[in-house]
Design a protein around this ligand. Sequence first.
Ligand code: HEM
Length: 461
Amino acid sequence: MTTTGTEIPGPAGLPLLGSMLDLKRDSLGTYLHAQREHGDVVRITAGPPGLRVEIYGVFSAEGAQQVLATESANFRKDNPFYEEVRQSFGNGLLTSQDTDYLRQRRLVQPLFTRRRVDGYAASITDETSAMLATWRNAPDATVDVAAETTRLTLRAVARILFGVDVESAVDVVQRSFPIIGEYTLTRGYSPANFPRSWPTPANRRATAAMDELYAECDRIIEKRRADGDAAMGEDLLTLLTHAESDEDTPLDASEVRDQVLVFLLAGHETTATSLAFALHLLARHPEEQTRAREEVVRVLADGRVPGAADLDALPYLTKVLKEAMRLYPAGPVVGRQAVAASEIDGHTIPAGATVVVAPWVTHRHPRYWDEPERFDPERFTPEREKARPRYAWFPFGGGPRACIGQHFSMLESVLALAMILQEYELEAVDVEVPVSTGITLRAAGPARCVLRPVGRGTGPA
Ligand code: HEM
């Protein structure tokens, strides 16, 4: 029998607040429990009467596919969370919709072809070498891989975007992003907010951070335009400024800025999370770490620096990253708004509903994964991948709005991982690393690892 709206099962929560406090305290745990106790489609209510929101969680692989891919036109990015991201980080590719979106994607897609992205490999390996050089002097030979990978991925994406102007941009992003991110998130999940224009302390602080960030991007963009074509390099900003297609007008200065902001937002903490947890998981699993290093040593003879062409020859590293992204998907929950009613897994989700699909939950669904909490890169052999439904694993989303940075991120992570394993053996100091869900999933505490130089690399003897 089909259930509809309020008949759809879900946690009862508190009489007045529903599941509001649970979601605030531990949103991922709340969704996971809801699936375990109530099934693949659940209804969760949150907030006091009058401001109450209903969230429909869709947790089967087939349901996720329906929301993100086969019925994507019915599930739009109109929810309050994306609205706040749009207001903080602009109307770029992540947040725009309809004709705006289609035009932007046509203009930006050519900058993310595999060939183009492979051209960024040298920037990634240079930045990784610079990071490894600092590791040689790490106090107590210990590093926090969460902090280190965040710095690395920010530097890499900023360098790819801005070329020579990387230093000042990195400083500004490091200062402003945490403030804007926290503010956006708090607003995105509050049942009601003061208008952004009111001079509250939170609004003022966030506005100052946004002004600084926008001004820095505008300054670099303006400088490029003033320098003219001759001074332009091959960085992404130059390509964005020149992006063209037969049917579209080119991006104007503020549209270029919006894309830059989205790449900074979507392109660094996400990859940092995957890479940090891949390293930390290997640091806790010596056998898998040895196997990964053996592959690296075999493929990169004499400790040479890897390049994009090596990616296909490092399948075990790719499996390690996929497994790290299964357990720690950087976008653990993806939200949409239903336009019309839709039937999913035998339940009718009403028109106007807030719908979430959750890699965090589907990636732990016992129907697709044995012992879901166990780290096992062998889950990603081609045969086993083929035997699972397409959306049992979807850290990059799916359908027409799937991540444009997927190859970039895999390339960056595999290259960095290979270079780290060439030089160091890692052993975890912090065995359990808690996570927090901001705009993306992050390590909520340090993920410290002790470094032991290995074999040949260029590390200390
Ligand atoms: C491990 C790394 C990454 C993960 C897990 C990830 C995850 C995601 C997910 C889940 C979405 C879909 C969001 C939705 O449907 O609401 C998405 C979209 C997007 N991502 Fe990523 N991402 C990663 C890296 C990157 C990088 C490196 C970039 C850029 C340099 C990037 C740029 C984008 C953009 C622009 C979109 C919007 C695409 C569109 O709507 O057309 N991401 N990402």
